[in-house]
Design a binder for this molecule. Structure first.
Ligand SMILES: Cc1ncc(C[n+]2csc(CCOP(=O)(O)OP(=O)(O)O)c2C)c(N)n1
Length: 586
């Protein structure tokens, strides 16, 4: 077997592991920190991979591939598992034909998510095995093991990563692919048709499977007990293991690789051989809860580990009463770099207009969430993907059916959603509002890409993961087909058009949709000459659009940073005195 060393991130190692395991089909929905796993998988010649419109669809595609007898990988970020939870919980009952592995990446520390959530609780809820690799080499190995476990125990398997594993690179020994013969599909309603009578049978199967898996785990490669100084025994899993080893090199450590179902006997054995038992984990109490439930007495830390945020070796050392600032996360004086919409971003003028109109804006998840930040400050809510319009509809109902006047009376109620997010779960929100005769305005910001997660294709622009032919989605026709009577398509870089469209939409009593079109500036990497500024009146109107290329000079006059400016002309359009000119530039 040829072995080649490669420098791989945790995400790339997951893809390599799936490829080596003979996985044929990959499906997923982008989301930091998981995205690169499917992108890397898609690059292998002998696999098929696709972005689905959302995680539920991705999970179902992979489940169908498994049913068809091949190995399938499905990837998503932690909040995506909530979206895929419905099929996940039923596939737990059903099991698999070809191996089915869900790769989910969590974001402790909330670097790029709407919450901090521990996927392991989904494994506990769905009662499917969960593996937690600690480094890229282990990520590759565990994914291969996950496929084997999936087929042996007739279950989907979750491989859980966190941001540090997904985005850390290390040397990984890569091997050849072991092609898997396609398994026969045999019709078996008791297994595949989850209606109550069959689900009752499979429920018992799941209970028995969990018992068998726990027994398997106890004696598996996933349990590693390293006995050193036995006065301290630390139980940990995944990336946390690296922090513990660095912080407490002398301590005895029980490293768990499969944390659902936990290896009960191995834990009890370890606990009996050390004086004090501690569980170190990151932004969660998942593991400590389970260890305590076995009757193990956990010792108190000198300084409790914070229940939230990322772990570091410094935090672990402090928990054990060892003060060593050099172990702390670097907290030096770096200049703050708050996120902002890029110079020339097509979302900007929509938000500056919505703020001017004093609209109540139910936002959604994407680059356009940044419309919540000053100076645009126009987004009132961000909850989950697709919530913008359903929230706007609910708010409008609150106003319509309340017997008193409420603070939002007289203000336009608007939902703002991106193209990828609309395809993910905005379409059903719109359908619900149409069906229930709701009103309000929905702005779809079609920038021709899934920008926030790194410019992935999506059903709206019709670009597929492996560049296979597809078709674009005509958003106007789709909205019309759903029953929206007032749909406009508008160039989001043209202020006069944006203003007129919003004015018309909010004036209507019914439901209006505006499809704002203009490509993301990172897609069209052309720049024009920056505009010129003369005789600035220092009114500050241009600064209110929050373009990072605009500032002021010592006299308070508007000034353009030519390094950042791409010459989009948005500032020239908002200047009320015509002092900013894009005329004649090329
Ligand atoms: C359930 C869920 N899945 C995935 C993500 C990750 N995510 C955040 S924004 C986004 C897509 C945004 O794309 P789009 O709506 O086109 O807006 P853009 O960033 O292009 O403005 C994704 C996939 C998430 N936050 N939640």
């Amino acid at each position: 077997m040829a072995v080649e060393s490669k420098l791989l991130s945790g995400n790339e190692a997951v893809a390599q592991g799936a490829w080596e395991a003979g996985c044929l089909i990959g499906a997923g929905y982008p989301g930091t920190p998981s995205t690169e796993a499917l992108e890397a998988f898609a690059k292998y010649d002998d696999v098929y991979a696709e972005w689905a419109p959302n995680e539920k669809v991705a999970f179902e595609v992979a489940s169908g591939a498994s049913m068809g007898g091949v190995r399938a990988l499905v990837t998503m970020k932690h909040v995506g598992v909530n979206v895929a939870a419905d099929p996940l919980y039923s596939m737990s009952y059903i099991g698999v034909n070809g191996g089915l592995v869900l790769f989910a990446a969590d974001d402790p520390g909330i670097f790029s998510s709407q919450n901090e959530q521990d996927t392991r609780f989904h494994a506990l809820g769905a009662r499917v095995p969960l593996l937690e690799p600690a480094d890229p080499a282990e990520a590759k190995f565990y994914v291969k093991q996950a496929f084997a476990i999936s087929e042996r125990f007739d279950t989907p398997v979750i491989v859980r990563s966190t941001v540090r594993l997904s985005h850390t690179k290390a040397v990984v020994e890569c091997e050849d692919r072991a092609d898997q013969p396609r398994k026969e599909y045999e019709k078996s309603p008791v297994k595949w048709v989850m209606m109550p009578a069959n689900a009752k049978v499979r429920r018992k199967f799941v209970d028995a499977r969990v018992e068998e898996l726990a027994e398997f785990n106890n004696a598996s490669v996933f349990v590693r007990a390293d006995y050193r100084d036995t006065s301290i025994g630390v139980i940990c899993a995944g990336v946390t293991y690296n922090h513990v080893r660095e912080a407490l090199p002398e301590a005895s450590v029980l490293k768990l690789g499969m944390t659902y179902p936990i290896p009960d006997q191995a834990i009890l054995d370890f606990a009996s051989r050390v004086d004090k038992v501690y569980v170190v984990e990151e932004a969660s109490n998942y593991l400590s809860m389970q260890v305590k439930a076995l009757g193990v007495q956990l010792s108190e830390f000198v300084e409790p580990i914070p229940p939230d945020d990322e772990l570091s070796p410094g935090i672990v050392r402090r928990a054990f009463g060892i003060e060593t600032p050099e172990f702390d996360r670097f907290d030096g004086a770096l200049p703050p770099r708050p996120p902002a919409l890029c110079a020339g971003c097509p979302h900007r003028l929509v938000y500056s207009e919505l703020r001017r109109m004093n609209a109540v804006v139910n936002g959604d998840i994407g680059c356009y969430t940044l419309g919540a930040l000053a100076p645009l400050s126009s987004v009132d809510s961000v909850v989950d993907m697709g919530a913008s319009l359903s929230m706007a509809h609910g708010m409008e109902l609150a106003r319509r059916f309340s017997d008193k006047s409420i603070a939002i009376d007289g203000r336009p109620i608007v939902g703002v959603i991106g193209d990828s997010t609309f395809a993910h779960s905005g379409i059903t929100s719109l359908l619900g509002t149409v069906y229930n005769q709701g009103s309000g305005t929905l702005c779809i910001l079609d920038n021709r890409t899934t920008a926030m997660t790194g410019m992935q294709g999506n059903p709206v622009n019709g670009i597929t993961l492996q560049n296979r032919p597809s078709r674009e989605l005509d958003l106007v026709k789709l909205c019309e087909a759903l029953g929206v009577e007032d749909v406009q398509r508008v160039d989001s870089q043209n202020l006069a058009e944006v203003r007129a469209a919003l004015k018309r939409a909010v004036a209507s009593d019914g439901l209006s949709v505006i499809v704002f079109c203009s490509p993301c500036r990172l897609l069209v990497r052309t720049r024009k000459e920056p505009p010129t500024i003369s005789d600035c009146k220092r009114c500050g109107a241009c600064l209110k659009i929050g373009c990072p290329a605009l500032g002021t000079d010592d006299e308070g006059c508007a000034k353009i940073d030519e390094m950042q400016c791409i010459g989009c002309g948005q500032c020239a359009q908002v200047c009320p005195f015509g002092c900013i000119s894009s005329e004649g530039r090329e």
